[in-house]
Design a binder for this molecule. Structure first.
Ligand code: GLY
Length: 314
């Protein structure tokens, strides 16, 4: 039994292992761990307290995948619900679909009896206002909802990983099944309705118990374009170690072109319990590992594989 997660998963990793030790499934463990990150208002890129979109609304994305069946559930751009990862699980279990977004996802969450609440905290609202007022005056800010040129301001978007990080969990349960999950509020000041890689199976999340599971944080648009999580598992299938699979997907990301390129982080756990973490951001980025024999999570340093980063060609 093993859990690996991004560093902000610290609040949930022990609970996730307890779920496994109580004979819960890998999917149960991933959901339990991520719920605790979603409830942590100090983390400004996941769940409660997540930074809002350009209009000041918190829009959340989440997905999980069961590596034993490759059944998946995801929600995107959902507002007003505390635990998108659990709504994603309900999509997996109750619907023939994989991904619900926006109003449809919210309607489904209500049908399933999920808790509704305001997700914008005072701290996140103040950060939003303060940052936007650096580039626009107060009347412009007030009229943003009616303006027809929101696209101009989206240049303000910033990577959640730089301010706390999307959360990733991968679990291997007592019978060797793998599951993976991702939850995020996405990029700060993103265009309303923007989805990153977190709810896109194959981009930010992929699990196949035969080979391994991979999850991403960072600039979701890049992982969508490169199919990063799925590619990592194909590399495992072809015999690469997690470290080599991670290196190859990062090198592939480095071949992307265009004006908007930022950082990426990848976590990989293979079916043998070997793990790797990659980052293109900076030295000293970590991830956490906990197996059933350990009394506390161990911190591992991600391998730094620098990729080209520029924003609108700057
Ligand atoms: N990787 C999270 C996002 O781009 O929204």
């Amino acid at each position: 039994m093993m859990i690996i997660c991004s560093e902000n998963g610290k609040v949930g990793i022990t609970t996730a292992m307890e779920v496994l030790k109580a004979r819960g499934s890998a999917l149960d463990a991933v959901e339990a761990g991520i719920r605790l990150v979603e409830a942590n208002a100090e983390d400004h890129s996941v769940g409660l307290g997540g930074y809002p979109n350009l209009l000041g609304a918190v829009e959340l994305d989440a997905s999980l995948m069961d590596g034993s069946t490759r059944m998946s559930g995801a929600v995107g751009a959902i507002k007003g619900f505390a635990h998108p990862i659990s709504i994603a699980r309900a999509v997996l279990e109750k619907l023939p679909h994989v991904l619900l977004v926006g109003e449809g996802a919210e309607r489904f969450a209500r049908e399933m009896g999920f808790e509704e609440r305001e997700m914008l905290t005072e701290a996140a609202a103040a950060a939003w206002r303060e940052k936007l007022l650096r580039v626009m005056d107060a009347p412009t800010l007030a009229e943003l909802p009616e303006r027809r040129d929101l696209w101009r301001w989206v240049q303000l978007s910033s990577d959640p990983q730089r301010s706390g990080g999307t959360t990733n969990f991968i679990a291997m349960d007592s019978i060797g099944n793998l599951a993976s999950g991702v939850s995020t509020s996405g990029w700060f000041a993103k265009y309303p309705g923007r989805l990153g890689d977190s709810p896109i199976i194959g981009a930010g999340n992929y699990a196949d118990s035969r080979y391994g599971a991979a999850t991403c944080t960072g600039m979701g648009e890049m992982a969508i374009r490169a199919g990063t999580a799925r590619s990592a598992i194909l590399h495992l299938q072809q015999g690469a170690s997690p470290e080599e699979a991670g290196r190859r997907v990062m090198e592939d990301l480095d071949t992307l072109g265009g004006p908007y390129l930022s950082g990426m982080n990848v976590l990989i756990l293979d079916a043998q319990g070997r793990h790797a973490g990659m980052t293109s951001h900076a030295e000293g980025r970590n991830y956490l590992v906990l197996d059933e024999a350990m009394t506390a999570p161990e911190t591992f340093t991600r391998t730094l594989i620098a990729t080209r980063q520029h924003w609108q060609g700057a």
